[in-house]
Design a protein around this ligand. Sequence first.
Ligand SMILES: O=C(O)C1=C[C@@H](OP(=O)(O)O)[C@@H](O)[C@H](O)C1
Ligand SMILES: C=C(OP(=O)(O)O)C(=O)O
Length: 453
Amino acid sequence: MNDPAHRPADWPSLHVTGPVNATVALPGSKSLTNRFLVLAALANGTSRLRRPLRSRDTLLMAAALRSLGATVEDFPGDDAESADWVVTPATLTGGTTVDCGLAGTVMRFLPPVAALAAGPVAFDGDSRARQRPMAPVIDALRTLGATIEDDGRGRLPFSVNGTGRMPGGSVTLDASESSQFVSALLLAGARYEQGVTVHHDGKPVPSEPHIRMTVEVLRDAGVVVDDNDPDTWRVEPSEINSLEVQVEPDLSNAGPFLAAAVVTGGTVHVPGWPQHTTQAGDALRDIFDAMGADVTLDRSGLTVTGSGTVNGLDVDLHDAGELAPVVAAVAALADSPSWLRGIAHLRGHETDRLAALATEINALGGSVTETEDGLRIVPQPMRGGLFRTYDDHRMAMAAAVLGLRGPGVVIENVATTDKTLPGFTDRWSRMIGLEVTPAAIDATAQPTMTGGA
Ligand SMILES: O=C(O)C1=C[C@@H](OP(=O)(O)O)[C@@H](O)[C@H](O)C1
Ligand SMILES: C=C(OP(=O)(O)O)C(=O)O
């Protein structure tokens, strides 16, 4: 991958000399879409998901559920970009292999579902997925009655050898590396004979809004969940009601677009921003406000207007780690230093994001130091150059933000953004007012473009 001759589609990112002013509509939330798909496949009837996200992570989830026996069909909806998904559950059967790609939600949420299937279900994924932490889910499923064959490393690949039923019960695990370990067991737990009680024992669980999201979608589907005691969640055994839901836009994916307003002194409006949400991306409102932007949420959506100066900030992103790459990019362009804290767990994300951000921002002239649990960022004049993305969609999006202000930033393998936001380069180009043509995404052939609104 480091051999320039073999690098997939590098993209000279777009540099602007004036403010970015745009309205940017975003497709559905990855986290909500994949939770709804799982619950719909376990439900007591046919469900309909409106405006679901169709990206690599959610297409892998849909394909996996199909291979376990559920039907997931396209149905014309009211969103031109994305047909509805109609999901009809069926008795789950094994004898299949699940490709997790690099999706944490697939590799963590589906083994507890596979434990309910009759027959073996093999799990594997991208080479980096084989390094992402999984052991707490594997160990917990064994405690709850599942048989799992693995090589003892507590990582992909492994096989869940289901019998068509799961006893369930109580389990203690350490979810300090990922909230997804807890969400995974809760999502399937209602279908276990004794339900499930999950107790966390360890350093604080990251990404807590994602667990709240899990609890909320379960309750909306009629499942009784008790989360009154700290670090303990109890899901009662019950049916899961079929769903009729509209997926909110992905607020974390709004990050780079809103950041474009912040770093260029422009205005970006994201329609449909929910007034109430469990999405971690909602934290962008406070973050960009603290960085000096004007942030307004009203019925039409969220509007962020950059003031022309960008304040550095000291922020704990433990609850919203997936925002860190874009916030780091904005911080690198700020007028004063920043601390991003509480994000040691990002070392187990799509790549080691702390190392990757420090290495790549520094390669463009920045000054980023990795700390035990985050990043210290001291803004410096930036230069152009290749920004490696390590198969991480959010690294590519962070690079696009840097490229707005510094000409000559080339984003390696920009297609990695397909993980959660297909068509990223088209959407980005439209945002800054460029006509989108097929040639505009033929990265290697194009000079750096200068746009502006
Ligand atoms: O449950 C989810 O949908 C997610 C939980 C979080 O994972 P971690 O708790 O591993 O950070 C988040 O970063 C990820 O993008 C999506
Ligand atoms: C950490 C992320 O994804 P995953 O669901 O694969 O963990 C992310 O999208 O930032």
